[in-house]
Design a protein around this ligand. Structure first.
Ligand SMILES: NC(=O)c1ccc[n+]([C@@H]2O[C@H](COP(=O)([O-])OP(=O)(O)OC[C@H]3O[C@@H](n4cnc5c(N)ncnc54)[C@H](O)[C@@H]3O)[C@@H](O)[C@H]2O)c1
Length: 331
């Protein structure tokens, strides 16, 4: 049995080596190139392909993969919005993704960013780098003094709540489908409006589905406390960035951390040093002392990468054996 993988990065190689040592009977071959109509032939002779890319899996690409004799495709990431499922269905393909790899990775990053904002580490680090070791006026706030509003209590939101409890913060939460345990703890408020009215800091953990598009906008920000802190490590389209920038300018929003951005494709995970950003809003946000920008790295930990490799390769083998892995995508 053979599995062929596309787009393998250097940081994935230790996990791949580990998987291979646990599955010596499976032949593994890979390329750093992405899956395209041109590179599809590299998978010829394999039983399954393992992939990860932002580039679309178009009809043409999937047809080329099927023409190379490969009809099982396992994504090493969660997002499947770049897959042409109509074409995949026509071709009789099997597809899997990795919906849960390490919720802690994202929860930790978001709460680290919240604590950094509260302790004003960006301006303090800048001062120290310039050898200015004075305290004032860079005074911080304590996590335990904050009421933190968690929107979305799924896999990641729940981990964030655990971290907040460790800090001693007061947690309030809202979810359309409340979790029983959290309900028993009495953490939920009844509406988003109630959460907006009570929270000193708000962190988002909901999917970027169309219904949630720009849920943080001019109107929702107006309902928040003056000086609210907002953290978005979920999906860029949840936030109307112009409304947040207006809020930062007026002081309504005191601090903002973002790991995701609506127009991040082609911007994040690129080296812009010595070049001008193609998007002036990002340049503006990065320049602000009270804004933390990270380029979609919340997931990017050794543990998460390990899970993405192991789960996708396991699914690829399972498809090749004619089984349906638990992470198969139904379409
Ligand atoms: N930055 C990163 O690297 C990274 C990595 C992985 C996931 N994410 C993002 O993190 C977010 C959370 O992921 P998850 O795995 O916890 O998802 P999940 O599906 O486990 O949980 C999402 C929760 O949000 C709730 N929800 C949906 N819409 C809502 C709304 N309008 N109001 C209130 N609740 C709502 C759902 O009921 C569900 O409980 C997603 O947006 C995901 O894309 C980011």
């Amino acid at each position: 049995m053979k599995v062929f993988a596309y787009g393998i990065r250097d940081d994935e190689k230790p996990a791949l080596k580990d998987w291979e040592s646990q599955n010596p009977e499976i032949e593994v071959d890979y390329t750093q190139e992405l899956l395209t109509p041109e590179t599809a032939k590299l998978a010829k002779g394999a039983d399954s392909a393992v992939v990860y890319q932002q580039l679309d899996y178009t009809k043409e690409t999937l047809e080329a993969l099927a023409a190379a004799g490969v009809k099982n495709m396992s994504l090493r990431n969660v997002g499947t919005d770049n897959v042409d499922f109509d074409a995949a269905k026509e071709l009789g393909m099997n597809i899997s993704n990795v919906p849960v790899y390490s919720p802690n990775a994202i929860a930790e990053h978001s709460m680290i960013q919240l604590s950094r904002l509260l302790r004003r580490t960006k301006p303090m680090d800048n001062k120290v780098a310039k050898h200015d070791l004075r305290w004032a006026p860079t005074i911080g706030r304590e996590m335990r003094m904050q009421t933190v509003g968690i929107i979305g209590t799924g896999n990641i939101g729940r981990k964030a709540i655990n971290i907040l409890k460790g800090f001693g913060a007061k947690v309030i939460a809202y979810d359309m489908f409340p979790n029983k345990e959290l309900q028993e703890e009495g953490l939920y408020v009844d509406s988003l409006d109630e959460l907006y009215a009570q929270a000193d800091a708000i962190s988002l953990y909901v999917p970027g589905v169309p219904a949630n598009h720009h849920m943080i906008n001019k109107d929702s920000i107006a309902k928040m406390k003056d000086g609210v802190v907002i953290v978005n490590c979920s999906r860029g389209n949840l936030v109307d960035i112009d409304a947040v920038i207006d809020g930062l300018n007026s002081g309504k929003v005191s601090d903002f951390a973002m790991d995701v951005y609506e127009n991040e494709v082609g911007l994040f995970n690129e080296d812009w040093s010595g070049k001008e950003f193609p998007d002036p809003k990002i340049a503006d946000l990065i320049a602000r002392d009270n804004v933390l920008v990270t380029p979609h790295i919340a997931f990017y930990t050794t543990k998460a990468v390990d899970e993405m490799v192991h789960q996708s390769f396991d699914a690829a083998v399972s498809f090749a054996k004619g089984e349906k892995p638990s992470i198969a995508v139904d379409f």
